[in-house]
Design a protein around this ligand. Structure first.
Ligand code: AMP
Length: 194
């Protein structure tokens, strides 16, 4: 099973992706985590990405596609994966489709986590307090930019995947356990038609 989790910053995709990967033995592919590790290790990619991430802008499609193309070759991906934070643009979605097709793979499910802006702001501020501001993009200022970027570059993925017939929607405002239950329902639904 290969899935994509889509949603604005603070929608809960990361939390749900971690849980789903543990429950189903899938690889958790978070491009945000990969980039933060690259920044911490001061790799070439990390040095390029640092300021872009701090501003809430997007790292280039070429860099992101190269990262994912290498990552899906890793042995832990053989049983499937959850992509968390990728794709974030239409060119990334097209590249992903091609990468998967070359390996005779495909996406089974794309879950969109719906959460209104006001709730996202509250959650990001809470995360910032809880982590002692560990992420320098967890400020209200940068969040506003990340939301603009989401609407402009990432939201067009929704009609794209709707047309492919693999998009499912989840109300991400509910508590974590309820959202987890809703994710599991979608997976059961998928298994029953497979
Ligand atoms: P995230 O942890 O998913 O919120 O990602 C943190 C930051 O990493 C984003 O605001 C972007 O600057 C960068 N990033 C993560 N994934 C991507 C992607 N697929 N394309 C471009 N930039 C990305």
């Amino acid at each position: 099973m290969n899935c994509v989790f889509v949603g604005p910053p603070g929608a809960g995709k990361g939390t749900q992706a971690i849980g789903m990967c543990q429950r189903h033995g899938l690889a958790h592919l978070s491009t945000g985590d990969m980039l933060r590790a690259a920044v911490a290790n001061e790799t070439e990619t990390g040095l390029k990405a640092k300021d872009i991430m701090a501003r809430g802008a997007l790292v280039s499609d070429d860099i992101m596609i190269a990262i994912i193309s290498d990552r899906i070759e890793e042995p832990d991906c053989v049983n499937g994966f959850v992509l968390d934070g990728f794709p974030r643009t239409l060119p990334q979605a097209e590249a992903l489709k091609k990468l998967l097709a070359e390996r005779e793979l495909r996406l089974d499910l794309v879950i969109n986590f719906n959460v209104p802006d006001e709730t996202l702001k509250e959650r990001i501020l809470k995360r910032s307090e809880e982590t002692g501001g560990a992420r320098d993009d967890d400020s209200l200022e940068v969040l506003a930019k990340r939301l603009d970027v989401y609407r402009e570059s990432t939201a067009p993925l929704l009609p794209y995947y709707r047309t492919e017939g693999i998009l499912r929607e989840i109300d991400g405002t509910k508590d974590i356990e309820t959202v987890t239950g809703d994710v599991e329902l979608l997976i059961k639904e998928l298994a029953s038609v497979a």
